[in-house]
Design a protein around this ligand. Structure first.
Ligand code: SAH
Length: 371
């Protein structure tokens, strides 16, 4: 007989870890001590946890492990951006990207192996969907990056922001993403403020409402078009949750959180969604709620049927929004020399055709459950 599989402590948030410790007859503060070793000092070997007694260290080593994903590739961009390809069970791999800026360091984290939403202009979509990541595989991405960067939550904070903007649709992996985001924000975890953790969604309306009930993270929405006809073409999910419903859910999310705004991502594609008239339509939508717009110059990938808008076209689009009082930034392209820019993440997605049906079922279940 094989030994029982060990639990991976990266799968637990503080509450879950305390419960686990209660089950093995240990006090809650022991769980807190372990969290500090794991997330503040990146220790993955119980032997090194010197403020735990030898007996407890042995007990933990018998039943548990701290098992982050294996790093398959670690690439550095000329602009300082860094990308890790992390191996997951079953031969799959996802990508995680670190984007350093003078005043902050943002980590872009994946939530699924591949993605099934089929947005027309996204490289991840061409990979198809394989499966949801476990909570340990999500928080493990932060752990690997934090360790590699020498992050210290209370002294030297290399990672100041986490964005769930990597591969996958985070709301379709709801429970695991929420648990991982809880560790990101826990003082015993990575200690980030609520507003410094952002979840980005293509717009699953019922799940935005469900998120609103359990979490206070920042919300970003991938809009990309200001009318349903164009948006349905670019983001097929729009057929199911059209713009009016999506913005109503965003308004409900914002209403509960004074002083926060929702970020709307808008990828700028030449002659597709970059006309001045569309900027004016966008203004009318954005006026209804506390919104910021993030214009993302389209990032090409092999086989993409789109091109990046010209810089002056992007500037003109931005100007219309700004003059109407809509806060609008143009996202600087980072890490494109190592295929780490928005929409360029691919990882390694095995066995994807068989999984498409499963993915569709998952959307049905997840949204029905939340409704
Ligand atoms: N599924 C979630 C999380 C992914 S976030 C979501 O849709 O929000 C990744 C962001 O990059 C999204 O805003 C996505 O629309 C954008 N994006 C996708 N492909 C892109 C590309 N080729 N160039 C620039 N941005 C892209």
């Amino acid at each position: 007989m094989t030994a029982a599989r060990k639990v991976n402590l990266l799968d637990f948030d503080r509450e879950g870890l305390r419960m686990l410790f209660a089950q093995i007859g240990e006090k809650p503060f022991r769980a807190d001590q372990v969290m500090k070793w794991v997330y503040h000092r990146h220790v993955d070997d119980f032997e090194q946890m010197t403020d735990l007694g030898k007996a407890l260290r042995n007990k933990l080593a018998d039943v548990a492990e701290i098992a982050p994903a294996r790093t398959l590739l670690d690439r550095h961009s000329a602009d300082g951006t860094r990308k890790w390809l992390l191996g997951m069970d079953g031969g799959n791999a996802v990508e995680t990207v670190y984007i350093p800026e003078p005043t902050r360091g943002t980590l872009c984290v994946s939530s699924q192996v591949g993605c099934g939403l089929n947005c027309r202009f996204c490289s991840t979509a061409t990979q198809g969907f394989n499966r949801n990541l476990a909570a340990s595989e999500i928080i493990g991405q932060v752990w690997v990056a934090a360790k590699a960067l020498g992050n210290q939550p209370h002294q030297l904070r290399r990672i100041t922001n986490v964005v769930m903007m990597g591969m996958g649709e985070p709301l379709l992996n709801f429970d695991n993403v929420v648990r991982a985001m809880s560790v990101m924000r826990d003082d015993l975890g990575f200690g980030l403020a609520n507003k410094r953790v952002t979840l980005s969604t293509a717009g699953l309306v019922p799940l935005i409402d469900r998120l609103s009930e359990v979490s206070d993270v920042s919300l970003a929405v991938s809009l990309h078009a200001p009318n349903d006809e164009l948006r349905t073409e670019l983001v097929p999910l729009n057929k199911r949750y059209p713009i009016a419903e999506l913005l109503a859910a965003c308004a409900r999310y914002a209403a509960k959180r004074p002083r926060t705004s929702i970020t709307f991502e808008y990828t700028m594609m030449k002659d597709v969604n970059d006309r001045p008239e569309l900027a004016r339509q966008l203004v009318r939508l954005m006026r209804r709620l506390p919104a910021k717009v993030n214009l993302i110059p389209f990032n090409p990938f092999p086989g993409a049927g789109y091109q990046r808008s010209e810089p002056e076209v992007i500037a003109a689009f931005q100007k219309i929004l700004l003059e109407a009082g809509v806060m609008t930034m143009v996202r600087r392209t980072r890490g494109d020399d190592i295929d780490a820019a928005c929409g360029q993440l691919k990882g390694q997605v095995l066995d994807r055709t068989r999984r498409q049906a499963e993915f569709r079922k998952r959307i049905e279940e997840a949204t029905a459950h939340a409704a």
